[in-house]
Design a protein around this ligand. Structure first.
Ligand code: HSE
Length: 345
């Protein structure tokens, strides 16, 4: 029985809870996987801990109704129920085996997620996270600390939600030498470029992307390429084994691309895409995010809307391209589930 603590109870945490609730029987029957959410701690939504497990429907109802988890009660367990614990206390003192770190992170410092991860590892607990900060800024350090404490640092959800990009590189493609990883890593900008091609203005397309929930809370992170840059840093660290930070990735967003540029590309049978890449050039790893004009026959040209796609160039398999969702409540919730299952097996 895997005991889980959620640090952060926003979209991803709630998406995960819905999946776990709806698939309880299937996960048990098919994979022998059983779970309990023992703690939830959220800066805004309050916190609750019960070593014997919390009621997921009740947790979701609290979130839906905007009620504080500090008011969660459970008469039969009143003697062991704790409320009001902050993230670090929950990580240290709860009986969880796995911490799902799903809180907000500052991409400049990686905090508070980096501290949450370190505390978890030092407490002998594995971390599953879709938070880009720790992997983009301190991947090797996190991995080392997790390994030293005999626990796991799992980050599938940091790149393209549950589309198995990192698992593909580390699992099925193991044995191949990967010389380049290149593709569309930000759904919002790809959506904007797609809609602009259909005649929508930049501002309207951005507003629509926000409305559809693709964009970051501050969409500057999307349109200036910062979100894709963090993902490229993570790919560089995981796939190329480097210690890159976000500032090691050259970055240019889509804000300078005009409707005229898009029309011009179209007249030349091409299309603008914001491409992130990390590749070995003359024995050195070079990483960047920048808009590129690709011809319509290019494998990434047909990827429209909020979809992500990434091509791995390998020695044994040539090019391998994976296409899938890049964001979303259930899609990112699934990325956490896939890592939880992998830790359990
Ligand atoms: N805002 C991101 C995107 C989603 O548009 O792809 C999560 O990284």
């Amino acid at each position: 029985m895997q005991k889980i603590a959620l640090i952060g109870f926003g979209t991803v945490g709630q998406g995960l809870c819905e999946i776990l609730r709806d698939k309880t029987d299937e996960l048990k029957q098919k994979y022998g996987y059983e779970w309990k959410i023992v703690a939830v701690s959220d800066v805004m939504k309050g916190s609750v801990y019960c070593p014997e497990g919390l009621n997921v429907d009740k947790l979701l109802k609290f979130a839906q109704d905007g009620k504080s988890l500090n008011d969660y009660d459970c008469k039969c367990k009143a003697d062991i129920l704790e409320t009001g614990w902050d993230a670090l206390k929950t990580i240290k003192k709860s009986n969880a085996d796995v911490i799902c770190e799903l809180a907000f992170t500052d991409l400049q410092t990686g905090e508070p997620a980096i501290s949450h991860c370190k505390t978890a590892f030092e407490s002998g607990k594995s971390v599953v996270t879709s938070n880009k900060g720790p992997a983009a800024l301190a991947y090797q350090e996190m991995l080392k600390l997790a390994t030293a404490n005999n626990v796991k640092f799992m980050i599938e959800g940091t790149v393209a939600s549950g589309t198995p990009i990192l698992n593909l590189a580390e699992g099925p493609l193991a044995g191949c030498k990967i010389s380049s990883v290149k593709g569309i890593l930000n759904g919002t900008t790809n959506y904007i470029l797609s809609e602009m091609e259909g005649g929508m203005s930049y501002d309207d397309a951005l507003a629509k992307a926000q409305e559809l929930g693709y964009a970051e809370a501050d969409p500057t992170g999307d349109v200036e390429g910062y979100d894709a840059r963090a993902k490229v840093a993570i790919l560089t660290n995981v796939v190329m084994g480097q210690s890159f930070g976000i500032n090691d990735v050259a970055c240019e967003g889509i804000t300078k691309i005009t409707s005229d540029d898009i029309a011009k590309a179209n007249s030349e049978n091409a299309r603008w895409k914001l491409l992130g890449s990390t590749e070995i050039v003359d024995g050195k790893v070079v990483a960047s995010v920048k808009p590129e004009m690709v011809t319509m026959s290019h494998p990434l040209a047909g990827i429209m809307g909020a979809t992500n796609a990434l091509t791995f160039s390998t020695d044994l398999m040539g090019d391998v391209t994976i296409v899938g969702a890049g964001a979303g409540r259930i899609e990112t919730g699934f990325s956490i589930l896939t890592d939880l299952l992998s830790i359990d097996h």
